[in-house]
Design a protein around this ligand. Structure first.
Ligand SMILES: NC(=O)c1ccc[n+]([C@@H]2O[C@H](COP(=O)([O-])OP(=O)(O)OC[C@H]3O[C@@H](n4cnc5c(N)ncnc54)[C@H](OP(=O)(O)O)[C@@H]3O)[C@@H](O)[C@H]2O)c1
Length: 199
């Protein structure tokens, strides 16, 4: 608990801020229930405006919520057309936790940005495939945090509020799911134990 508070204070200092808008537990590694209690204290003290989790799946959420006083505002999880997370998405909606997609464009680890189905939809809307993917997330009610080091792509990734995908297009994109993670599995206990320093 004190380690978490110390880490938070160090973050505030580095950022030269008095409070944070949001703070997340990065992975559900050992001790996350206790770490959550520390975040709740900081939240109740007004030092963090919203607290959340990342890479938490049903077993982690069940354990956390068994004793949590504050429901996480968001769960930031890997989500893209090849890894759509439909089941976890529905669970988060039921729990009133916002689904936030990391790697929303597939992190450049697959051919998703050249997928022929997405290319066709993009052409129909005079948009890029990245824009179609981001629009698809938004229409699912998902928060997106795409990353680019190119100014024109950053601008492009924000220009997604002037078109709508049709219900038929949304359904076609739903069929592209391959349950294909690009990164580690949060339920892989061995990997998680090695990754505890990532928080
Ligand atoms: N919570 C977690 O465990 C976790 C894990 C991983 C990532 N994240 C976070 O998720 C956010 C985004 O993640 P990410 O970088 O992993 O994946 P991403 O946004 O899905 O993909 C980024 C890749 O897509 C390219 N790209 C971006 N916009 C594009 C466009 N309009 N057209 C074509 N290519 C485009 C980028 O290339 P260029 O940069 O060359 O443009 C980069 O190669 C980051 O804030 C990251 O910190 C969180």
């Amino acid at each position: 608990m004190n380690d978490t508070k110390r880490a938070f204070e160090a973050t505030l200092k580095r950022l030269q801020l008095d409070y944070l808008d949001m703070y997340l537990i990065h992975w559900p590694s050992a001790g996350y229930v206790e770490k959550w209690r520390a975040l709740e204290d900081l939240y109740e003290a007004g030092l963090i405006k919203a607290i959340g989790v990342s890479n938490f799946e049903k077993p982690h959420l069940d354990k956390l919520l068994a004793t949590a006083k504050v429901v996480p505002a968001v769960d930031q999880i890997e989500t893209h057309p090849y890894f759509q997370q439909a089941e976890l998405h529905d669970l988060l909606a039921k729990l009133d936790i916002r689904h936030e997609a990391w790697g929303p464009l597939g992190q450049g680890k697959s051919d998703v940005l050249t997928n022929p189905v997405l290319v066709q939809i993009a052409k129909a809307h005079h948009k890029s495939v990245a824009q179609v993917i981001l629009r698809w997330h938004l229409q699912r009610g998902i928060i997106v945090i795409p990353k680019s080091v190119h100014a024109e792509r950053i601008q492009q990734n924000m220009a997604v509020f002037d078109f709508d995908l049709t219900p038929a297009e949304m359904s076609v994109i739903a069929t592209l799911d391959k349950n294909q993670r690009g990164s580690s599995d949060p339920q892989d206990a061995e990997w998680l134990a090695r990754a505890t320093t990532m928080e």
